[in-house]
Design a protein around this ligand. Structure first.
Ligand code: DI6
Ligand code: FE
Length: 430
């Protein structure tokens, strides 16, 4: 039995240690752990415990092996046998927008296609109009409620894209809202998706709009609003040549890129994204063999979005077997957005990834944890291990495969975010 040191914070100068209060130390007992800490397997520990110090995991293992916790206050938590997994990571969302598109959904059910509606000026553009009409505080309030619902489903890290402002100030507003959502609690990573659709004031001038985006990007970056850059590469959106210009501007700022690629057709987006060492290629239903090889060589994550596939009643499946054979990591996210995936349940996406895309339950859960973290370039989360962030989700399941099995009802009992317990229904982070 090893004693834990008084403090796990490495390398602080003596004065800083004296001045700063010690981080809260908590022990979480009576947990059924699924650590995902090894490259394969669930990493099950039947009667486990976790010691957290501030926002980090200090120790994790069998409760019987708990080290002596030394002097000083330790807060005790009995988890009552709950299943504990790494906090879920939703690495692809469009969470900040005004309005909703239920009428468009109804029209599509009557036969109109997503592309028809987009070409007729509906679709993304109608959400742009509703977003521009909303105040920043209104956008914040709606998005905070959405984020709380995601968190109550086990999410402790979320990526939020802009893309419904499409002007310098409206995009900045949406990114600011995303940043404000990250000020407490759930980690928020922001992505500029200004190259999402052509705003009406640039009608017929897509290249001019791309020029503007390339000029605006350094300014949003200077305001501290952007962690990554995305684009929608599709025949109804932007060409590979246009996306290449946006990615070059991102590269000049040292920002990583990712791409909405091959969602509705094979445009060779994955090969372009690979040239820029993209963190991920997302959707990829129409991905070709050459695209798979390019992603493998670039180390990009395959971001699977079964909510959009389901909602658009797509039939073309992403090439899962080829991605698996190439060793491309598979991630799963909600793609929450009002047009193609109005869901706020990442556990439901785990289920759909298994049923519709034929992932194994373990692949799908890894897809919503460790591989999603990788898609955000975050190496400190997605598994449970000493030194990792103390982000975990508590479930009323016996085995983690049940995350994929049950669907459509909440099974998350709460989350621990940066070492602090948040029961379901707790106030939205503001
Ligand atoms: N692909 C999508 O699925 C969303 N954006 C994108 O580039 C849809 C956005 C919308 O319809 O509002
Ligand atoms: Fe998307």
């Amino acid at each position: 039995m090893t004693d834990l040191p008084e403090s796990f914070e490495p390398g602080l100068p003596a004065q800083a240690v004296a001045a700063a209060p010690p981080p809260a130390r908590r022990v979480w007992r009576h947990a059924r752990l699924a650590t995902l800490a090894e490259p394969t397997g669930w990493g099950l520990v039947e009667r486990g415990a976790i010691v957290t110090e501030g926002a980090r995991i200090a120790w994790i293992g069998a409760e019987a092996d708990l080290p002596a916790l030394g002097k000083g206050g330790v807060e005790e938590h009995d988890l009552g046998g709950a299943l504990v997994t790494p906090g879920l990571v939703d690495a692809h969302t469009h969470l900040v927008y005004g309005g909703q598109r239920a009428l468009e959904f109804e029209l599509r059910l009557q036969g109109a296609s997503y592309e028809d509606i987009a070409k007729a000026g509906g679709g993304i553009r109608s959400t742009v109009a509703a977003t521009r009409a909303a105040s920043e505080d209104e956008l914040l309030a709606i998005a905070a409620a959405r984020l709380r619902t995601l968190r109550d489903g086990g999410v402790t890290t979320v990526e939020i894209k802009s893309g419904y402002g499409l002007s310098f100030e409206d995009e900045a507003r949406c990114l600011r809202v995303a940043r404000r959502l990250g000020e407490t609690g759930v980690t928020v990573r922001t992505t500029s998706l200004a190259a999402h659709a052509l705003p009406p004031e640039f009608e017929g001038r897509a290249d001019d709009y791309i020029d503007a985006v390339c000029r605006w990007l350094p300014q949003w970056h200077a305001l501290g609003l952007v962690d990554a850059v995305d684009a929608f590469c599709e025949r109804i959106a932007f060409s590979t040549a246009q996306v290449a210009r946006v990615f070059a501007a991102a590269g000049a700022l040292g920002l990583p890129v990712k791409l909405h690629a091959e969602q509705l057709s094979d445009s060779g987006g994955a090969q372009l994204a690979a040239r820029f060492k993209a963190l991920s290629c997302d959707h990829i239903e129409w991905l070709s063999d050459a695209g798979v090889a390019a992603m493998r060589d670039a180390g990009s994550v395959a971001m699977l979005l079964p909510g959009a596939f389901h909602f658009l009643r797509e039939t073309k499946l992403p090439p899962i077997a080829a991605l698996r054979a190439a060793g491309v990591p598979l991630a799963v996210s909600t793609d929450h957005n009002p047009g193609t995936s109005p869901t706020l349940s990442l556990p439901l996406m785990i289920h759909l990834a298994c049923v519709d895309f034929r992932l194994t339950p373990e692949e799908a859960v890894r897809g919503a944890t460790v591989n999603a973290a990788r898609a955000l370039g975050l190496a400190d989360r997605g598994t449970l291990a000493a030194g990792r962030r103390a982000d975990f989700a508590l479930w009323s399941h016996e085995h983690p495969r049940e995350l994929a099995y049950w669907f459509g009802h909440p099974a998350c009992r709460g989350t621990v975010v940066a070492g602090a317990l948040t029961p379901p229904g707790a106030p939205a982070p503001r």
